[in-house]
Design a protein around this ligand. Structure first.
Ligand code: HEC
Ligand code: HEC
Ligand code: HEC
Ligand code: HEC
Ligand code: HEC
Length: 469
């Protein structure tokens, strides 16, 4: 019986190929599974191969085997009907013959080597697919905005998969199912531009961000100082300094900005798809009391509740697109754009917001536009400061091509940042004094709850003399 079975499997090429596929993939699946069980993490794509790709090969093999057998049966039946003599096509292996013995040993050695090679190739493939370069550049145009922004962020060294997939196999499979669809969408060019935000099925922050940062880690107060240049001839510099009350928990129990992610507190809300208009907010405090803040009618499509986590404030930890003013101020403060060029802030702002059709066009027209302005208005300076002007032009190109991606319809401000309240509503989506409980309790909007404003666009302020002597 067993002999007949093996004969049927191997007597025709199709079944033989099927058997080979089953044996090879099964061996690999078992090996990879064992490797993962003994604690080798291997990154998210190892799961894809072990639990998605190899099983597909196995399935194909399993389909090929009966297909081959049934074709072989038909062939034999047809041959028999023709009156031909049906001979077994399978050779008899006599291991007493030395040459046969050698062949069998060779066969075994080759199979083992093939499995080792296949295994190492798979392992290598896993590493490549898990890398930032793979995620960010394989679908070059599509992921270019996210890739470039990621490379300029504090998380530049954190692989895409650490935030978008995280450890564990189940999210891995989930992400691969949507990933496969994305692959099809990209091939057929039917994906949305710009890629919509937020990502509704992003893995919960507890399992991604909190692998590296955690809510009970006391951050304390954070001082943020920045310089803003005016659009006048001398680019007057003013400074803003805020002391942000980030630290919750330690020291001051239940307070500060990170209080929202205190493990004892839960905040849920209902919002539109973009999470920009927030309707009902439900707060379950540490002592178990529940408060509901309402802000009028909740539209049909905003019925679902979302539990607040890191990403509701830090929605741009990695893909930080900045606004033109912020970028130019930073470049001027660091000296990449010389701040003694007359009207350089105003001209930079103008040139960055022209609306070019491509990076190529911006790369040509921004430096040319800058040069044209100075040649017309300050011809002497255009000659004497040619180096500074050309450096400024290059820096503006760099700023433009890092934040605006015409091919993906990503413009200034396409992706809002929820961390503050200056450029976009951010914190004020909830802290707006419109949300209130039945008793008329409102969510605070007192400036001092969140920060102490040490200086607000001040020129030569006293506090900044102390901070920046
Ligand atoms: C530090 C964590 C982190 C890393 C690393 C990271 N991302 Fe993201 N990514 C996010 C968050 C958070 C969002 C926004 C989610 C939201 O608002 O729902 C996001 C959004 C996106 C979006 C949707 C468009 C958008 O900007 O909102 C794409 C596409 C994307 N990421 C691709 C990538 C690629 C490609 C890489 C690697 C080059 C990467 N991400 C690395 C955290 C990360
Ligand atoms: C693999 C580890 C890792 C993961 C995952 C991770 N981070 Fe970070 N994060 C870091 C490191 C390292 C830094 C410090 C970078 C530096 O100081 O330049 C950092 C810095 C930060 C900062 C400070 C940024 C600044 O401007 O200085 C914030 C905010 C932050 N992370 C939020 C997040 C959020 C939100 C997530 C989840 C979406 C996340 N991180 C996921 C490692 C990680
Ligand atoms: C989804 C809604 C929501 C968002 C978004 C939100 N908050 Fe809150 N926040 C609340 C609620 C609800 C409370 C509790 C009511 C109150 O204290 O008035 C609160 C309270 C606070 C408190 C007081 C905590 C304490 O000491 O008791 C601070 C500080 C704060 N938020 C800062 C921020 C900052 C900064 C941002 C933006 C980066 C922000 N919040 C975004 C809902 C939100
Ligand atoms: C209510 C909004 C809010 C939530 C929710 C929130 N943060 Fe923050 N976090 C802030 C603000 C505001 C700052 C100050 C830095 C800034 O403005 O960029 C900050 C600062 C940080 C920093 C930087 C500390 C430093 O030294 O630079 C880290 C890291 C961080 N948060 C991680 C997290 C993580 C992880 C979570 C989720 C467990 C989280 N945050 C949830 C608002 C929030
Ligand atoms: C719910 C919390 C919250 C409240 C209330 C709040 N702010 Fe802020 N504010 C922030 C956060 C968070 C930042 C830092 C944003 C960042 O990291 O860039 C900020 C930054 C600022 C800045 C500096 C902005 C910049 O250019 O970088 C100014 C100015 C400011 N706030 C003014 C105010 C004033 C005035 C009020 C009172 C009407 C107020 N804020 C109320 C959270 C708040």
């Amino acid at each position: 019986m067993a002999k007949d079975f093996f004969a049927a499997l191997t007597r025709n090429t199709i079944s033989l190929a099927g058997t080979a596929m089953v044996v090879a993939s099964a061996t690999l699946i078992i090996t990879l599974f064992v490797i993962q069980q003994i604690g080798f993490e291997g990154g998210a794509y190892l799961g894809l191969i072990t639990f998605v790709a190899l099983p597909m090969v196995l399935m194909m093999g399993l389909v090929l085997i009966p297909l081959g057998i049934s074709r072989e049966r038909k062939r034999l039946a047809a041959a028999a009907a023709e009156g031909e003599e049906v001979v077994a096509r399978f050779p008899v292996l006599d291991l007493n013959t030395e040459s046969t013995r050698k062949n069998v040993i060779m066969f075994l050695v080759f199979t083992t080597i093939s499995i080792v090679i296949l295994g190492s190739a798979t392992y290598k493939g896993v590493h490549i697919m898990d890398s930032v370069e793979f995620c960010g550049t394989v679908c070059h145009t599509v992921m270019q905005p996210e890739y470039v922004a990621h490379q300029r962020s504090p998380h530049a060294r954190v692989p895409c998969a650490d935030c978008h997939i995280g450890p564990g196999a189940d999210w891995f499979v989930k992400s691969k199912i949507s990933g496969s669809w994305q692959l099809i969408a990209v091939s057929l060019d039917i994906y949305p531009k710009p890629i919509p935000t937020p990502i509704h099925n992003l893995r919960p922050a507890r399992e991604t961000c909190e692998q590296c940062h955690w809510p009970t880690n006391h951050v304390g107060d954070l001082l943020k100082v920045k310089t803003v240049y005016a659009e006048d001839e001398v680019n007057t510099a003013a400074q803003t300094a805020v002391l942000l009350r980030v630290g919750g928990l330690a020291g001051r129990e239940n307070s500060g900005i990170h209080w929202h992610v205190n493990p004892d507190v839960q905040i849920r809300y209902r919002s539109d798809d973009a999470r920009e208009n927030i309707y009902d907010i439900e707060l379950t405090a540490a002592d178990g009391t529940v408060k509901t803040y309402l802000a009028g009618e909740v539209p049909e499509e905003a019925q679902e509740w979302r539990t607040m986590d890191c990403v509701d404030c830090h929605n741009r930890p990695s893909h930080q697109y900045k606004m033109p003013g912020e970028e130019v101020d930073l470049a001027m403060a660091s000296g990449d754009i010389a701040k003694d060029l007359p009207f350089i802030k105003r001209e930079s702002m103008r040139l960055l917001q022209v609306g070019y059709e491509s990076h190529v066009q911006a790369t040509e027209e921004i430096p040319a536009g800058l040069m044209a302005f100075y040649t017309a208005e300050y011809p002497e300076l255009a000659a004497s400061r040619a180096d500074a002007l050309s450096a400024a032009g290059n820096e503006l190109v760099e700023i433009y091509t890092s934040n605006v991606f015409p091919a993906m319809k990503v413009d200034w401000g396409t992706y809002p940042n929820h961390i503050g309240h200056q450029e976009t509503p951010g914190c004020f989506r909830c802290h707006d004094r419109k949300h209130k409980t039945e008793d008329g309790d409102r969510i605070t909007r007192k400036c001092d709850t969140c920060h102490t404003l040490l200086a607000d666009e001040e020129v030569d302020s006293e506090i900044l003399e102390i901070l920046n002597p």
